[in-house]
Write a protein that binds this ligand. Structure first.
Ligand SMILES: Nc1ncnc2c1ncn2[C@@H]1O[C@H](COP(=O)(O)OP(=O)(O)OP(=O)(O)O)[C@@H](O)[C@H]1O
Length: 931
């Protein structure tokens, strides 16, 4: 199966989304006229890219969109989706199922989608090339189209054979290649025309350009040689300038040095002349000074004498003040000793006061401590009293519990003894019996012990044997006594009632009584202890009260002592104040005296200082006098030396001045020369700039490369100028114009070459396509021709059919003529056949084509309409045979054809103007028919 389903929505009469599922073999699409069967075929053609409105039975493409009914509004979009199984890979897509969708909106917008990816129409068509499917292939045969196959011109039938030959794609490609070739040749002609024109300018400009280039070379050479000349001139000027500048610098240096020396000598002369003058005035000053010193020395000696007399007076006054000072100090010493004694006494009193105060606070603390102890004891007594009262109450309660428990024990004992049949008398008699037997046995055993002792003492013989025998007998009796004792004791113990065990058990009533007894004893013991403790505490308090009384008495005594001592302290303090005042008075006297004494001492020191100063001054004066005399002599000698030196320097100065003047003249000459050189260099630069609009310095690097002398360069310059003149007039822009024309010329040449090679390629491709197409076409044609003859005979039940190429020399363009000879008739051109014969012949050609190249699916729209019963049967037979290998969707009104189908699909218009699909079971249809 190839065609799986078609989903239609808004397309022609299919207003609602309608899905038609196709099955393998032959499916028949049934329904009354005008219900929309052919619309299904249209939808398949449309989705496969049909562009012809005529083929779509519409005026314009929008007519395929559902345009409404009386009850329904028109829609704005038509959409058809075709689902194709591609497991065998017939379509060149690596997916098992391909869905193709076409959508058209009323505004003209439309789109194609292959597996939901938008594609161009061209891509969609290429997908179906040579598959037998496609808008013009033979997979869809509509009403009347089968007849057309025969009634068309022989050339128009070719498509059937081309599709079967699989050359549709070659044809399309060949067409494309032809178009390209034509375009390429057209382009070549255009390029050649342009190239011819360009060539003319190219040749002219080439010559001009060569001449201009020679002219430019001469110009450039002249320029270079002129630069070299200028550079050589500049270099020579620069050298001279450097040389003169160096010379000028040297002269200037010499000038500066000599000027400095002259200045030095002048300075020296000036300075020394001044010094001599200064020294002479100094000499006069020294003489004056020596005279002054003599007068000063006399004055000093007079002053020293006067000061010494004053010192003697001051010394007398100092002795008097010292004696007074001693007397005052003695008095102060007495007062001080007295005061110390009083202070000592005061300290004793204070020590005693402190001690008594400490005693008082200690006594007070002790009394307070006793009070606290008494309070604590009273609190404890009260606590013990309370506890004893509570214990008494506990004891009463426990006594009551004991009474109740004792009554309980008595009644339980009575009850137990009664219930166990305990008899006191029997128990007492058995007890008596035990005592008796044990007493008897004791006596018997004591007797036997006596007998055995006797036998041991007496020793051997018959008696011993007798005695031992008697002992054995007696011991046998004792054994019997013990047996009886055992029996009686058991009876005695059996008289003990069992319930007593329960009584005596740890959790029994007796244990509880014992527990209460113990608790009562403990309470009584505690009450006794409390009482003893209370008594002790009361005694202790009594003793403490007695102590407090004693302490309070001592406290009173101590306080009296304090008052007494304080009175004594006051008295001592008063005496101290009196002493203090006296002391202050004496110290004031002493201070005044000390100050007076100090003044006199200072006075003496001042006088002594003055004398010392005067003596020091006199000594210095003497020293200076000696120095001044010496300096006076040195000065006189210095003045003489200097005067001699000054005369020598003045001669040297004159010589240097005449030399400096000569150098000054030389410097002026150099400066004039350099200024001239500078002007010449500047002129060189500015002339160069004016002439070439460039700076000469830009070419300074060339100077290093110039190797020839100026004369050789000038010769060369002359010869180049001569050559330039010989070139004559030139087009200065020729090389640039030529370069542009050359670029264009080269480009066009390249283009022409490319076009030529493209043309050659295209011719080759076209030739290959043609050869391959011819080969494939002939193979298919020959095969179909053979099959067509056979198929014709089957469908017509005999006869003969023939295909013929109209132009065998032009296979790819040639029309195909069909000749048919139904049984019993003459072989004649098909135009002479009846309608039914034409249809059947067309069907024959179609099936023959299927045999050579089966279409994956095939839709036949009422191609059986014109066939009679007998032909229908043969047609159905062939169809059924083909239906085994290919998928057929047949639209028919013929019941015979319907019986050949394996699946039936009904198209109805339950709602007027709106098509709907229903499945019809074949049996129902057959039954309906029978009825
Ligand atoms: N754009 C459209 N909108 C609504 N209905 C349309 C549109 N185009 C065509 N139709 C309707 O579709 C019907 C024609 O359907 P179609 O040709 O498929 O019929 P059919 O079943 O093939 O009939 P027959 O058996 O006569 O060939 C017409 O009734 C026409 O009005």
């Amino acid at each position: 199966m190839f065609l799986k389903s078609v989903e239609i929505m808004g397309f022609k009469s299919f207003a609602d989304r309608t899905r038609i599922e196709f099955s393998e073999g032959i499916s028949a699409l049934l329904g009354p006229n005008g219900c929309g069967k052919s619309n299904v075929v249209d939808s398949v053609k449309w989705v496969l890219g049909e562009q012809s409105t005529k083929n779509m039975r519409a005026e314009k493409m929008e007519d395929v969109i559902f345009n409404g009914t009386e009850t329904r509004k028109a829609l704005n979009v038509a959409e058809v989706t075709l689902t194709i199984a591609n497991e065998e890979g017939i379509l060149d897509l690596d997916v098992p199922e391909v869905s193709i969708k076409r959508r058209l909106f009323r505004n003209g917008e439309s789109e194609y989608l292959v597996n939901n990816t938008p594609v161009k129409l061209k891509e969609l068509r290429e997908l179906f090339f040579d598959t037998g499917i496609g808008k013009s292939a033979y997979s869809i045969m509509e009403q009347g189209k089968i007849d057309q196959v025969l009634s068309n011109k022989p050339e128009e039938r070719r498509y059937l054979f081309e599709e079967a030959a699989g050359i549709t794609k070659f044809k399309v490609r060949g067409g494309e290649a032809d178009r390209k070739l034509a375009r390429t040749e057209e382009n070549m002609v255009q390029v050649e025309n342009i190239l011819r024109e360009v060539r003319r300018s190219y040749d002219t400009l080439k010559k001009q350009s060569e001449k201009t280039l020679e002219y430019r070379e001469c110009k450039s050479r002249i320029f270079e040689l002129e630069i070299d000349l200028q550079l050589l001139r500049l270099s020579s000027l620069n050298e001279t300038r450097t040389h003169k500048t160096e010379k000028l610098r040297e002269k200037k240096e010499l000038y500066t040095r000599l000027s400095g020396e002259i200045e030095g000598i002048n300075g020296f002369l000036q300075e020394n002349q001044g010094q001599v003058t200064h020294m002479e005035s100094e000499l006069v000053e020294f003489q004056k000074k020596l005279y002054g010193m003599g007068l000063e020395k006399e004055n000093h000696e007079n002053q020293i004498r006067l000061f010494k007399e004053q010192i003697s007076e001051v010394e007398t006054s100092i002795s008097s003040f010292k004696a007074k000072e001693k007397a005052i100090n003695d008095k102060i010493g007495q007062i001080g000793a007295n005061r110390e004694k009083k202070v000592e006494t005061l300290k004793d009193y204070n020590d005693r006061l402190e001690e008594i105060t400490r005693n008082i606070s200690r006594l007070e603390e002790t009394i307070a401590g006793c009070d606290n102890s008494i309070k604590k004891n009273e609190e404890e007594i009260s606590g013990l009293d309370n506890e004893s009262i509570s214990l008494e109450s506990d004891r009463d309660k426990l006594g009551e519990d004991l009474r109740v428990l004792t009554d309980d024990i008595v009644s339980q004992l009575d009850k137990g003894l009664r219930e166990t049949g305990f008899s006191r008398s029997r128990r007492e008699s058995l007890e008596e019996r035990v005592r008796e037997i044990s007493a008897t046995s004791r006596v018997q055993i004591a007797g036997r012990i006596q007998i055995i002792n006797d036998a041991l003492r007496v020793g051997g013989g018959k008696d011993l044997k007798k005695m031992l025998e008697s002992c054995v007998t007696l011991l046998g009796d004792s054994r019997d006594s013990f047996a009886e004792l055992e029996k009686v004791f058991k009876e005695y113990t059996d008289t003990n009632p069992d319930f007593l065990d329960e009584f005596l058990a740890p959790e029994g009533i007796i244990t509880r009584k014992r527990d209460i007894d113990n608790r009562i004893s403990a309470v009584l013991e505690k009450v006794k202890l409390n009482r003893e403790r209370i008594k002790n505490l009361q005694n202790e308090n009594k003793a403490l009260l007695q102590k407090i009384d004693d302490y309070k008495q001592s406290l009173e005594e101590q306080k009296v002592s304090v008052a007494t001592i304080k009175t004594q302290v006051d008295a001592v303090n008063d005496s101290l104040k009196v002493l203090e005042r006296e002391m202050e008075e004496q110290q004031a006297y002493l201070k005044d005296n000390t100050e007076e004494l100090k003044k006199e001492i200072e006075k003496k020191a001042v006088l002594e200082g003055k004398i010392a100063d005067l003596e020091e001054d006199g000594r210095k004066l003497e020293e200076e006098k000696v120095k001044t005399k010496k300096a006076l002599e040195d000065l006189e000698k210095g003045i003489n030396d200097k005067n001699k030196k000054l005369q020598g320097e003045q001669v040297e100065l004159k010589k240097k001045i005449s030399r400096v003047n000569a150098i000054q003249e030389e410097i002026s000459r150099f400066n004039i020369d350099l200024a001239q050189l500078e002007t010449e260099i500047q002129n060189l630069y500015s002339n160069f700039r004016d002439k070439y609009s460039r700076e000469l310095d830009e070419y300074s690097a060339r100077s290093e490369k110039i190797e020839e002398p100026v004369s050789a360069i000038k010769d060369k310059l002359d010869s180049v100028k001569l050559r330039l003149r010989s070139i004559g007039q030139v087009n200065l822009m020729a090389p640039e114009e030529f370069s542009e024309v050359k670029d264009r010329y080269d480009f066009l040449n390249g283009q022409l070459e490319d076009l030529k090679s493209a043309r050659d390629n295209l011719i080759e491709v076209t030739r290959e396509i043609k050869t391959e197409s011819e080969k494939l076409f002939m193979q298919a044609y020959t095969a179909i021709r053979k099959e067509f003859h056979e198929m014709f005979r089957r469908l017509f039940g005999g006869g003969r059919a023939e295909l013929k190429l109209v132009d065998p020399d032009n296979i790819l363009e040639s029309g195909i003529e069909i000749y048919a000879q139904p049984p019993g008739k003459k072989l004649e051109n098909i135009s002479l056949l009846s309608g039914g014969e034409k249809s059947l012949t067309g069907v024959g050609l179609l099936f023959a084509t299927y045999l050579i190249k089966p279409s994956p699916f095939c839709i036949l729209d009422e191609i059986d309409a014109a066939l009679d019963e007998a032909n229908i049967q043969r047609f159905v037979n062939v169809l059924v045979e083909f239906g085994r290998t290919s998928q057929f969707i047949v639209i028919t009104h013929n019941k015979k054809t319907v019986t050949g189908a394996s699946t039936l699909l009904g198209v109805t218009m339950q709602e007027s103007g709106v098509s709907k699909i229903i499945s019809i079971r074949l049996e129902d249809e057959v039954e309906n028919e029978n009825s």
